[in-house]
Design a protein. Structure first.
Ligand SMILES: NC(=O)c1ccc[n+]([C@@H]2O[C@H](COP(=O)([O-])OP(=O)(O)OC[C@H]3O[C@@H](n4cnc5c(N)ncnc54)[C@H](OP(=O)(O)O)[C@@H]3O)[C@@H](O)[C@H]2O)c1
Length: 334
């Protein structure tokens, strides 16, 4: 039986990767502190990777595949060093954030990277991810797959980004929804389960190399229109100019008081990365509508009006729409 070790497995993507490996008949062990459960059928080894003995319980066993998702460079380097001698193949989940520039449309895996951070200096996510990539490559040369996802969507997303739009259109029902007027911005989403299946397939094939795991680029307005259609929203959509939104303190992309997926116009390469290698290796990309429908079902189950880690509250949104309609500014009283 194939023996797989997931460093993680209680998280969102790593849990789905564990499930895909179990679907393929593998025996799956997850190493984590156990703050959340592992998927049914997986074994949990409780360990804190901040501790030097973290890998003692999983060392000395021949692992067919190790999957690593951490962004902590000391964790990644220590695990790779501890397990390299016992591991046939390792897959590291990195990010397209490691690329140095976002100005070229369609750039492939050969594009320049940011300078890797010094080990342990993990304050900058992109540079920490680059350091993690370097650490696994150095420890397991020619036995490492590096997967660089872009925006991941689908049920269970802890970042709350992709689900914001379909959830907001559903919550608004007969009410207006505020959208950024951003016709040139693109979105490249990959469904969490397409990504998880791909990660498991790469491990099974023993692929060595680097691959972007990103969806096809779609204009943001088309993604918002698809989200609206999936939710059944038919009321008004209120576009706001980027400068006006910025003046109201509304952020791009993610986090509190943001309009998720909205990017500045001057980042044309961020959500247009090449997925040619992903497709060549057999990576699947389900239709956007399917990911939206799955996400909406999950959003309804979690509560459409719950506190979110990305987006604006409905109350804030209605106040912004009122200010925009009156030709004014939210903080100046409209
Ligand atoms: N979301 C996106 O759109 C996006 C885009 C690009 C790339 N990515 C990448 O995708 C991956 C997401 O993976 P994920 O969803 O599984 O991440 P996650 O939800 O953050 O899970 C992290 C895992 O690591 C474990 N862990 C954390 N600290 C630990 C410690 N001190 N000791 C032992 N275990 C520890 C956690 O378990 P315990 O808490 O139980 O210990 C959990 O199983 C990341 O590599 C991320 O950088 C995400």
């Amino acid at each position: 039986m194939t023996d797989v070790l997931i460093l993680g497995g209680t998280g969102w993507l790593s849990g789905r990767i564990a499930e895909r490996w179990m679907d393929a008949g593998a025996s799956v062990t997850c190493l984590a502190r156990g703050t959340r459960p592992v998927p049914y059928g997986a074994r949990l080894v409780v360990a804190d990777r901040d501790e030097p003995e973290a890998y003692d319980a999983v060392r000395g066993r021949d692992w067919d595949e190790v999957v690593e998702v951490s962004s902590r460079s000391t964790h990644v380097a220590a695990a790779a060093a501890a397990l390299a001698g016992d591991t046939r193949h390792l897959t590291y989940v990195s990010s397209v954030s490691v690329y140095a520039a976002n100005n070229e449309e369609g750039a492939d895996e050969g594009a320049s990277l940011v300078e890797p951070a010094a080990l342990g200096d993990d304050g900058d996510y992109a540079r920490a991810k680059a350091a993690c990539e370097a650490a696994v490559r150095a420890a397991l040369p020619h036995r490492t797959a590096i997967v660089r996802p872009g925006l991941i969507g689908g049920p269970g997303d802890p970042t709350d980004r992709f689900g914001y739009w379909v959830s907001r259109f559903a919550l608004a029902e007969g009410g207006a929804v505020l959208v950024p007027d951003a016709p040139v911005v693109r979105v490249q989403v990959i469904d969490v389960d397409d990504l998880a299946a791909f990660v498991a397939a790469l491990g099974a094939a023993g692929f060595s190399g680097t691959v972007n795991a990103v969806g096809d680029p779609s204009p943001l307005p088309a993604v918002l229109a698809a989200a609206r259609e999936a939710s059944g929203h038919t009321a008004e959509v209120v576009p706001a100019a980027p400068d006006w939104l910025a003046a109201q303190g509304v952020q791009h992309w993610m986090g509190p008081r943001s309009l998720p997926l909205w990017l500045p116009d001057d980042m044309p390469g961020f959500a247009t990365r090449s997925n040619a290698v992903y497709r060549m290796l057999g990576g699947a990309l389900r239709p956007l509508r399917e990911t939206l429908v799955r996400t909406l079902e999950d959003e309804r189950a979690r509560g459409l009006d719950r506190a979110r880690s990305a987006g604006i509250t409905r109350e804030d949104e209605l106040a912004l729409i009122a200010a925009l309609r009156s030709g004014g500014d939210l903080h100046a009283g409209g």
